[in-house]
Design a protein around this ligand. Structure first.
Ligand SMILES: Nc1nc2c(c(=O)[nH]1)N[C@H]1C(S)=C(S)[C@@H](COP(=O)(O)O)O[C@H]1N2
Ligand SMILES: [Mo]
Length: 200
């Protein structure tokens, strides 16, 4: 053997372009819930958007099902470091919902049955970036994964995807939700590793 190109044999495999820094891939679908799973019958489920003036736009389950439904195939990234690739969901785009809402407020707070909250800027919910999802892998969404319906905001860490979601409120300033108050990052971009409040 003659000359060995430095760095050739020791070179690491190219990083998987699907995998944000500090994450590993799992084929499982772990359940992460801060409290008990609420039991919500679709007949009693509704979803509302309350704007900064207090006007409420509300959809019942049946009204919601009559909206245009989209298939979503996406990777998801949990702050506890698991990522799951090519997850398949069905739901209603937030673009469809916000088409019926008048607002100039730049921030939202998602609210769930059971009291969970999480803050997301409005622009992160629009332009095909977020859904209210009610099917996973061709089946109604399992209650432990947020059924009857959950928020799906896959470009942010998965704690932003509020399970058992029942509405959004609009805000002029960025309030903090449940995990954000408890030390998680206000925004939560997995590609920038914005895990905790002190991550830039
Ligand atoms: N209502 C509610 N939504 C929630 C949570 C929660 O505790 N309550 N946990 C969040 C966190 S930290 C993660 S990682 C994902 C987990 O979703 P999964 O249990 O379907 O994997 O849900 C998010 N949405
Ligand atoms: Mo999480």
């Amino acid at each position: 053997m003659g000359i060995v190109t430095p760095g050739f044999f020791g070179k690491r495999r190219e990083a998987d372009p699907h995998l944000p820094p500090g994450q590993y891939e799992t084929k499982d679908f772990p359940v992460l819930s801060a409290g008990p799973t609420p039991n919500i019958h679709p007949g009693e489920w509704s979803f509302s958007i309350t704007n900064e003036s207090g006007d409420v736009k509300r959809w019942s389950w049946d009204e919601f099902q009559a909206l245009p439904i989209e298939d979503v195939d996406t990777d998801i990234h949990c702050v506890t470091r698991w990522s799951k690739f090519d997850t398949k969901w069905r739901g209603v785009s937030l673009d469809t919902l916000f088409a019926e809402v008048e607002t100039d407020a730049p921030f939202t707070m998602a609210h769930s049955y059971g009291g969970y909250t999480t803050n997301v800027p409005l622009e992160d919910l629009l332009d095909g970036k977020a859904w209210v999802a009610f099917e996973f892998d061709g089946e109604p969404l399992d209650p432990e994964h947020g059924g009857p319906a959950r928020l799906l905001v896959p470009h942010l860490y998965f704690w932003k995807s509020a399970k058992w979601v029942n509405g959004l409120t609009m805000h002029e300033t960025d309030e903090l939700g449940f995990w954000e108050v408890n030390g998680y990052h206000a925004y939560g971009d997995p590609w920038k590793e914005q895990r905790y409040y002190y991550d830039s």
